[in-house]
Design a binder for this molecule. Structure first.
Ligand SMILES: CC(C)(COP(=O)(O)OP(=O)(O)OC[C@H]1O[C@@H](n2cnc3c(N)ncnc32)[C@H](O)[C@@H]1OP(=O)(O)O)[C@@H](O)C(=O)NCCC(=O)NCCS
Length: 174
């Protein structure tokens, strides 16, 4: 088992597509951008890499990382460098997902810890993470990383109750 984080690259196509099938089998939907790019994997990778410095209109800059175990695509995590009106209510600074067949093995926590270090290295002092009120796995991850619950709210962008946590990076990024 050799775990490593990498930013999306063209040579990840086979591993990514296998993971995508895993999500599809579980009835889950990921990687909107892949479909927006008409399943052109290289265009998809270009879009993810560009999002860091030249985001699409109405999007904030976002850095994407993928976790691999040897050649297996395990999960994805991203860091939004700032918040906008929607992200403050729903979405926050951080997103992560683990492929369904590899859940409950600690990878979710690993993704979150990794991205908090990235945020710290960027000089961010605190991050907002949101999750659905019934997403127990995500809540456990956020709380294990030092998340302090600010509130639970619905918004015009997302009608279901969302728990909003802040993590102070100087003391919380464990
Ligand atoms: C949420 C998610 C990232 C968790 O990934 P994971 O790899 O299973 O998480 P971990 O193995 O690190 O588990 C962390 C903790 O949550 C618990 N947990 C994970 N999934 C759980 C579930 N469905 N129900 C209850 N507890 C759960 C684990 O047992 C572990 O608890 P512990 O610390 O007491 O041992 C994964 O389920 C996922 O990708 N979901 C879809 C996308 C998503 O919801 N992303 C988060 C958006 S905020």
């Amino acid at each position: 088992m050799t775990l490593r984080f990498e930013q999306p690259a063209y040579h990840h196509e086979t591993a990514f597509i296998a993971a995508l099938r895993d999500f599809e089998r579980a009835g889950e939907w990921i990687a909107d951008e892949y479909y927006r790019q008409k399943r052109d994997f290289c265009a998809f990778v270009d879009a993810l890499r560009l999002a860091e410095t030249q985001p699409r209109p109405y999007h904030v800059p976002e850095s994407y990382y993928w976790l691999f175990d040897d050649d297996i695509w395990v999960g994805a995590v991203s860091l939004r460098h700032e918040l906008d009106d929607m992200l403050i209510e729903f979405g926050g600074h951080i997103s992560y997902e683990v492929r369904p067949s590899l859940r409950r093995r600690g990878f979710g926590l690993m993704l979150c810890r990794f991205i908090l270090k990235q945020a710290q290295q960027r000089g961010m002092s605190a991050v907002l993470i949101t999750c659905d009120e019934d997403n127990i796995g995500s809540q456990k991850i956020i709380e294990a990383c030092g998340g302090i619950l600010q509130d639970t709210r619905t918004s015009v962008w997302y009608k279901r109750p969302v728990r909003r946590y802040w993590i102070t990076l100087t003391s919380g990024a464990s």
